[in-house]
Ligand binder design. Structure first.
Ligand code: FAD
Length: 404
């Protein structure tokens, strides 16, 4: 026997939970099918101020503020000579939110999904979506006993992140234009922490003439997430194991060696690769994709959860319109809108790997307005047309390079 609902959400990550909260508030019934039991580990722990704005808009900021997550006021870039460049999100172009949080995602995602449940979402853990009948808008999932269950929905939202459920089932995936990179990561405790005004910033450490970079994300319980990002070939040609490679990079960099000299690893070094993804379309008859199930660029500017929340907020509004019988221009109002922000980040990611941004960040003679514009972009305000970098981002970055 099939079950019915207004909206069937695939995946209980931040994207699925935020969209669900919006739909529930508008009075629609929502079932969330989540493959795993929560809390579950997922990478992507450093948020941007734009996330707070979306959480606030959807009545979710209070539950997040109550958790005691580490406040994140910005990013500090550290080069091979230990020179630091601090990007303070509070020095933005006048946006309200100038800070965000460093979060263990198993905790953050659990709070969001739990809140969606409290607000009325029917959340089914250990339900893995395996098939989608687009003609009849029916989703098939296996439950924890391996039994197949069928759900019929007026609308299906795929928020399955790296699961990429509908892109795989409907053949919507296309290769990303970004190179194949590895993220080799662990969690540690006991390292030397930044204190006072510089507490809570994410470290972005440049290694070996930009051939690799590392994140350092401090959590409020004293644990820090660290990861090395490099092209797959850079890791492979060393012939080292993940643990050996990770230790080598830490010991080769003066700043890292000093900072992590007393640190103890709390989990084996893991790897994620081939994470950049792209998509033919973000929508179709009776369905849409949100969050990482659409396009994922690169971890360097911590844009993933921000784009995931932005897309859920947007897609939620459009689903409400459609279910209320209004006409929706999905291409213009959803995909084209999302691509504006994604493409700004894309140009920043390219400019980072080409070494251009490094020149801008470390230039001593930057005008205040440029500093604010950079801080604003890196805060996730990538739709702000008053920002110098938002339109024709590549040309603007190149023009600035020739000036600094
Ligand atoms: P997810 O968080 O992946 O949630 C999707 C959910 O769907 C999961 O719970 C999964 O179990 C479920 N699911 C999957 N398949 C199925 C199925 N068949 N049936 C039912 N459920 C299913 N982002 C940041 O903002 N900051 C960072 O610092 C950051 N660092 C990153 C570092 C690396 C190395 C990488 C690769 C990414 C990073 N990201 C970061 C990106 C971030 O991880 C994602 O953008 C974010 O998790 C997307 O959220 P989501 O809700 O779309 O998907």
């Amino acid at each position: 026997m099939e079950e019915n609902c207004d909206v069937l959400v695939i995946g209980g990550g931040p994207s699925g939970s935020v969209a669900a909260c919006k739909l529930l508030k508008a009075g629609f019934s929502v079932i969330i099918l989540e493959k795993l039991e929560f809390p579950r580990f997922v990478i992507g722990e450093s948020l941007l101020p734009r996330c707070n704005e979306i959480l606030e808009k959807n009545g979710l900021i209070d539950v997040i503020e109550e958790q005691g997550f580490m406040l994140k006021p910005g990013a500090i870039f550290i080069d091979e000579k230990k020179q630091e460049e601090l990007i303070d999100f509070r020095n933005n172009l006048g946006q309200k939110w100038g800070t965000s949080y460093q979060v263990k995602r198993e905790e953050f995602d659990n709070v969001l999904l739990g809140t969606a449940k409290k607000r009325g979402a029917d959340v089914r853990h250990k339900y893995e979506v395996i098939a989608y009948d687009n003609d009849n808008n029916k989703v098939t999932a296996t439950d924890e006993n391996g039994e197949e269950k069928v759900f019929k929905a007026r609308f299906v939202l795929d928020a399955s992140g790296y699961g990429r459920v509908l892109p795989k089932l409907l053949d919507l995936d296309i290769p990303s234009d970004l190179r194949l990179r590895n993220a080799i990561f662990t969690r540690v405790e006991g390292e030397t922490r930044r204190k006072g005004d510089n507490e809570g910033f994410i470290d972005i450490v440049i290694h070996d003439d930009n051939k690799a970079w590392l994140w350092g994300i401090p959590f409020s319980d004293g644990v820090t997430s660290i990861g090395v990002v490099c092209e797959e070939t850079y890791f492979e040609k060393t012939g080292l194991s993940l643990e050996e490679f990770f230790d080598k990079v830490i010991n080769e960099h003066e700043y890292l060696k000093e900072k992590y000299k007393d640190a103890k690893k709390l989990r084996p070094v893991g790897v994620i690769n081939g994470y950049s993804s792209a998509i033919k379309t973000m929508h179709g008859k009776g369905f849409a994709l949100s969050g990482n199930a659409t396009e994922f660029l690169d971890p360097v500017f911590s844009s993933g959860v921000t784009l995931a929340l932005e897309s859920s907020d947007r897609v939620g509004d459009l689903i409400i319109k459609e279910l209320n019988g209004e006409k929706v221009d999905w291409q213009k109002d959803y995909e084209d809108y999302m691509m504006i922000g994604i493409n700004v980040f894309r140009e920043f990611v390219y400019a980072w790997y080409e070494g251009k941004l490094r020149k801008i960040f470390y230039a001593p003679n930057k005008a205040e307005k440029i500093k604010q514009s950079v801080a604003s972009i890196l805060s996730g305000y990538v739709w702000d047309e008053d920002n110098y970098f938002v339109r024709s981002s590549k040309q603007k970055i190149d023009a600035l390079i020739s000036m600094v």
